[in-house]
Write a protein that binds this ligand. Structure first.
Ligand SMILES: Cc1cc2nc3c(=O)[nH]c(=O)nc-3n(C[C@H](O)[C@H](O)[C@H](O)COP(=O)(O)OP(=O)(O)OC[C@H]3O[C@@H](n4cnc5c(N)ncnc54)[C@H](O)[C@@H]3O)c2cc1C
Length: 275
């Protein structure tokens, strides 16, 4: 779509680009959302692509994902075999309602900053206990827990002009056993609910993440595997206002799916079935 209020596109921003920020700007990542609907409040785009940030880096501490890493690049990444949870990287990429354009151009950072309930990069990074590094317009840097970043449908903790620079997934989370459940109304459709359960190797704990069905991610931690009733009580405790309502599912449908899948995830991880 032509954005007819845009008077300028900055193709060579400085590093860090925050000093450039002014009202009416938007950081341009893959552009798959920015160019998909009118943006009358914007008059300038600042392209982050020319900054050439690293896409994926394996370190002793885990995985670093540059915000401009595309979904295609993440899906093509082959994680080390000892990362039992590594399969979730590709699974989450495939959880997009993705056209060719979205698959090839959308970025991990753009998906997180969009902060839609069905943002699969949010699901992935909350379930794997990631942190986000943010750059302020004044040159400051802060790190936030992925769980705390999205605060509602298309809402997050970013301050005006703040940039998501990188996502860090800790090695301990990448070595966990995992299982997931996802429901869509149509084949390859947008997620109605996307849930991930993880468990430390040799442990009986459970970390259960609920997304897409709720307006913000919800994560429950159990030091040992709960019984079915205890888990259902925890699901019941999710406030009714948190369940998302859109054409992909009513709040009641999403709650029903979440309770059903929570028990399946509990049963699967408790039974010690392979990830
Ligand atoms: C056909 C189609 C299907 C889609 N399916 C889904 C889906 O299933 N789930 C879903 O969540 N979304 C979906 N989207 C919406 C969108 O395309 C994705 O969320 C995509 O991941 C956005 O990434 P992008 O890199 O293209 O972001 P852009 O469109 O470039 O930017 C999105 C927003 O984030 C801001 N931004 C981008 N990067 C940064 C950064 N590093 N720091 C700070 N702000 C930043 C931009 O300024 C803008 O406000 C879909 C869109 C289309 C057109």
């Amino acid at each position: 779509m032509d954005l007819n209020t845009i008077a300028e596109v900055v193709r060579r921003p400085p590093e860090p680009p925050g000093e450039l920020w002014r009202s009416g700007d938007a950081w341009l990542a893959g552009g798959t959302w920015l160019f998909s609907e009118p943006q009358p409040q914007l008059n300038r785009l600042v392209d982050l692509a020319p900054l050439g940030w690293d896409t994926l880096a394996v370190t002793d501490a885990g995985l670093e994902i540059g915000a401009m890493c595309t979904i295609r690049e993440l899906a093509a990444f082959a994680p080390p075999p000892e990362w039992v949870a590594g399969s979730l990287l590709r699974t989450s990429c495939e959880a997009f309602l993705a056209s060719f354009k979205v698959w090839n151009s959308a970025t991990v950072g753009g998906n997180i900053c969009m902060s839609l309930p069905a943002g699969p990069m949010i699901t992935l990074t909350v379930a794997l206990q990631a942190s986000y590094t943010l750059w302020g317009t004044d040159g400051s840097e802060r790190v936030v827990d992925a769980l705390d970043f999205v605060t509602g449908n298309h809402e997050n903790v970013l301050k005006r002009g703040e940039i998501l620079r990188r996502v860090t997934i800790p090695i301990d989370a990448l070595r966990k056993r995992v299982t997931h459940r996802r429901f869509t109304l149509t084949h390859l459709g947008r997620s109605t609910i996307f849930m991930i359960g993880t468990q430390r190797l040799g442990s009986t704990d459970l970390l259960l993440t609920v997304t897409a069905g709720t307006t913000r991610p919800i994560r429950m931690r159990f030091d040992s595997m709960p019984d079915a009733d205890t888990l259902q009580q925890s699901m019941d405790a999710i406030p009714s206002g948190h369940w998302f309502d859109d054409p992909n599912g009513t709040p009641a449908h999403r709650r029903h799916l979440a309770e059903f899948y929570a028990e399946e995830i509990r049963f699967e991880l408790a039974a010690g079935e392979p990830s």
